[in-house]
Structure formats: C-alpha cells, structure tokens
Design a protein. Structure first.
Length: 175
C-alpha cells in the first residue's frame, strides 16, 4: 500500500464502536461494528483500499466464496464511483461505510460526489446487443453477487448487503 493511501486511510478511517440496534424480536438486539472511510478519486487506490476493507470484513465472517463476491462487488462500486460518478476528478472523494453484523451479515454504502444517474436506464449487459461491449457490467455484477443492491441519492450512492454466510458464528468475537 502506498504511503499516501496509508496516510489517507489513517486520517479518514473512523471505526464505529460496537453498537446495538433494534431487531425484529423484542428480546434480542443485533451487534455491529462499522468503518467509515474516505478515499480520493484515483483508480490506483482501489486495490489497496478494497484489500483493507476486506481485511476488516474477514474479522467478522467465515472465509468462503461469498467473501470473494463481496470483494468483487465492492471493487465495482468503488471504481464506478471514481470513474463515472466523480469523473476521476482528484478534488472529489468517495465515501465508503461498511457495517459488519455479529452474525456475519455485511452492508456497504459507496457514495460519490457526482450528479448521479438513473440505474434503470443502464442497458442489460446480457442482451445479445450488449454482450460484446467492453463496459457496462459493474452494476450487473453487483446485483448478481450481493443479496440486496439499491441506489440512493439520485444514483450517487449504492447500498449493498450480503446476508450472513452459513458458517458464521454469532458469538464470534472480533480479532
């Protein structure tokens, strides 16, 4: 990881303390730990940043295929925010909030400083007319790999959620 990336993350990363949120059952609550991070609009920062977030996530999830799916969806969301949202403008930032529940569920929000877009206007990359296009698969991948994906703030923020994996232990403590 470059020294600039390390410094950027150290200055802008804010780990949220353990918290309890209401759950559907009146007798229980769900614990979570989250991290908020800001990164510059520089595609060279994507890989080290995603690796850092995945190390955080791996503290709360049993390693399995789903973790790769989270990683790929996160990578696509961050690249889209930098390239399409912020137009690679070095003055703009990407904001990432990641929350890991005690049971292994992960939710991530990636927000850019762009003007947004209409997610329903993105062509289907699986249609015969679009199969040979060299771009346009990021949103499709996010929707395929994650359990829930929706766009907020006019398309300048994407919320993604992956349910707990089967091997998660609700009593597992962060390392």
């Amino acid at each position: 990881m470059s020294e600039e990336m390390k410094t950027e993350c150290e200055w802008n990363a804010e780990e949220m303390s353990h918290a309890r949120v209401a759950s559907p059952s009146p007798r229980s609550s769900v614990s979570f730990v989250g991290v908020r991070n800001t990164l510059p609009s520089d595609v060279d920062m994507v890989s080290p940043f995603v690796e850092q977030i995945m190390r955080f996530i791996s503290r709360f999830r049993v390693a399995d295929r789903d973790n790769f799916e989270i990683e790929l969806a996160l990578r696509e969301a961050v690249v889209n925010a930098i390239v399409h949202g912020n137009q690679e403008d070095p003055r703009k930032r990407v904001y990432v909030n990641c929350r890991c529940m005690a049971d292994g569920e992960v939710s991530v929000t990636v927000e850019d400083e762009g003007s947004g877009f209409r997610s329903d206007a993105i062509p289907d990359p699986t249609s015969p007319d679009n199969r040979l296009r060299t771009h346009g698969r990021g949103i499709y991948l996010m929707r395929t790999l994650m359990d829930e994906v929706h766009f907020e703030q006019g398309g300048s923020a994407v919320y993604m959620r992956k349910r707990a994996n089967a091997g998660s232990d609700a009593t597992r403590k962060p390392q």
